[in-house]
Design a protein around this ligand. Structure first.
Ligand code: NAD
Ligand code: TYD
Length: 349
């Protein structure tokens, strides 16, 4: 039986990746390694937690001794690394936490894999999950390719860029069998409501202002989270050793247009008169160092591995809203406690 350690499996994207692998590969032992920070939630995996090929281990990737102990106990053939501090606004408030988890934590995992594989790399793989934000910001035209220059602007993207460099360095220096993916913005069920889409869904439900940074003309390229999980499966199994793949669905939206679309769909689903929720839109102070535009050229993964997303944005957004409407208990639980303090600090100064 093959064994794969998936880090960050209790988070937003990680939980979808764990579910995809546990359901699709009953002959793999999937070990979810997660510290359960504010962003980790085992409720995200309730439907699969009893399956025999799934196991959860609580650990912090900044603790090398603990990580080594776990790697020696489970002897993984593969690692899919998603654990990270992931929110740009939090990285502006506390950059050091991002260096610890995203840089030091990644190096710890690389060292643990290097130690247990000990030069025997046949059938082994370290898949590092990264972001398009490492490439910095685009102007009004152009797309990020795998060869775009790294030019991060936020502490978050700088820490992810650094971790990407370490992953490549372990391949080039020690021969570690690595593969990297850089994906555009994800959305879907279980997304923590500090990020734009779930934050707006939550605020529309509660009649609270929808805070739009600056003039709202910032552009992001959105992919449904399950399509990201499918791409990770494909690259983990078929990606070229040492290679990197951009993941995206050619789906750019200016923030203001996206939030208007969200308001429209929510009004319809909630049976509210048209344009009700739009009135909650409030322009607020811009994010410092705010990247103008991200857009992924996903030609390589399509051409080499035959990848295409399965869900259009309209379908994905509709599924996402439906999930939040049916899981308001989840939303209430994750927005109680610490979240209130975060929200006050971020939006009420
Ligand atoms: P998330 O914040 O929802 O989840 C992160 C998970 O990592 C949580 O379960 C948390 O408990 C865990 N974690 C954090 N610090 C840890 C530590 N020190 N040790 C062990 N576990 C720890 O993040 P996400 O949005 O699911 O992102 C997952 C990965 O995908 C990240 O590496 C992120 O950079 C990357 N990514 C995210 C997006 C996006 O749009 N969200 C896009 C592209 C790439
Ligand atoms: P976010 O979901 O934080 O993802 P990222 O910064 O990683 O792209 O933000 C998406 C876009 O939405 C980004 O341009 C910032 C903007 N934004 C707002 O306008 N208001 C908000 O309250 C948040 C959280 C984000």
């Amino acid at each position: 039986m093959k064994s794969i350690i998936i880090t960050g499996g209790a988070g937003f994207i990680g939980s979808h990746v764990v579910r995809e692998f546990v359901n699709k590969y009953p002959n793999y032992q999937i070990v979810n390694l997660d510290a359960l920070t504010y962003a980790g939630n085992l409720e995200n995996l309730k439907d699969i937690e009893e399956l025999p090929n799934y196991k959860f281990v609580k650990a912090d990737i900044t603790d090398l001794d603990k990580i080594l102990e776990i790697f020696k106990a489970y002897l993984p053939d593969g690692v899919i690394h998603l654990a990270a501090e992931s929110h740009v606004d939090r990285s502006i408030k506390n950059p050091a936490a991002f260096v610890m988890t995203n840089v030091v934590g990644t190096v710890n995992l690389l060292n643990a894999a290097k130690e247990i594989w000990n030069g025997h790399f046949d059938g082994k793989r370290f898949h590092h999950v990264s972001t398009d934000e490492v490439y910095g910001s685009l102007g009004e035209v152009g797309l990020f390719t795998e060869n775009s220059r790294y030019e991060p602007h936020s502490p978050y993207s700088a820490s992810k860029a650094s971790s990407d460099h370490f992953v490549r360095a372990y391949h080039d220096t020690f021969g570690l069998p690595v593969v990297l993916t850089n994906c555009s913005n994800n959305y879907g069920p279980h997304h923590f409501p500090e990020k734009l889409i779930p934050l707006c869904i939550h605020n529309i439900l509660h009649g609270k202002p929808l805070p739009i940074y600056g003039d709202g003309k910032f552009t992001r390229d959105w992919l449904f989270v399950i399509d990201h999980a499918r791409a990770i499966d494909l690259v983990y199994h078929k990606g070229k050793n040492g290679g990197s793949y951009n993941i995206g669905g050619f789906n750019e939206w200016q923030n203001i247009d996206l939030v208007r679309e969200l308001c429209k769909q929510m009004d319809e689903k909630l049976g509210r008169p048209a344009h009700t929720s739009e009135q909650l839109i409030t322009f607020v102070k811009d994010r410092p160092g705010h990247d103008l535009r991200y857009a992924i050229d996903a030609t390589k993964i399509h051409r080499e591995l035959g990848y295409s997303p399965t869900v259009t944005f309209e379908q994905g957004l509709s599924k996402t809203i439906d999930w939040y409407l049916s899981n308001q208990e989840w939303l209430n639980r994750v927005t109680s406690g610490d979240y209130q303090q975060y929200y006050k600090m971020q939006y009420n100064g």
